[in-house]
Design a protein around this ligand. Structure first.
Ligand code: NI
Length: 137
């Protein structure tokens, strides 16, 4: 059976301050620059969620993308959308809220919940020029 990868794009916005509490104020400022501003700042994020699997002969689908949208919205987007990643997102509490750390946390939440098919790739855009991707390794 042919394996096909399907992708759903979701958008959310969130605030963060890139800050390592183990660093001094000077080290934080030197390392993170403007991203360390004391009162934080926001981003409009775009998240692409890719699932690979066989095409179901009964539906022609690998994974119903409206169901994928609902699942990712419920499990991830609702937790971060219009929230402050440093303060009120439980699964981000112990990590520096960079896109890198966000995407790994998103993977951990979603990985076991995708069936049929398998989560194969997440891409998280923080700006139109900067994105990170993760495939679970
Ligand atoms: Ni930022």
């Amino acid at each position: 059976m042919p394996m096909v990868t399907v992708t759903r794009r979701l958008k959310f916005n969130a605030a963060h301050r890139v800050h390592n509490p183990a660093f001094s104020d000077e080290e934080n400022s030197r390392t993170f620059g403007k991203c360390n501003n004391a009162y934080g700042h926001g981003h409009n994020y775009t998240l692409d969620v890719s699932v690979a699997g066989e095409v179901d002969p009964n539906t022609g689908y690998v994974f119903d993308l409206s169901r994928l949208k609902e699942l990712v919205t419920r499990e991830v987007v609702d937790a971060v959308d219009h929230h402050n990643l440093n303060i009120d997102v439980p699964f981000m509490r112990d990590v520096i809220p960079t896109a890198e750390n966000m995407i790994v946390q998103f993977w951990r939440i979603l990985e076991g919940k995708i069936a049929p098919g398998r989560l194969v790739r997440l891409v998280l855009w923080e700006t139109e020029n900067n994105y990170v991707e993760y495939d679970g390794r």
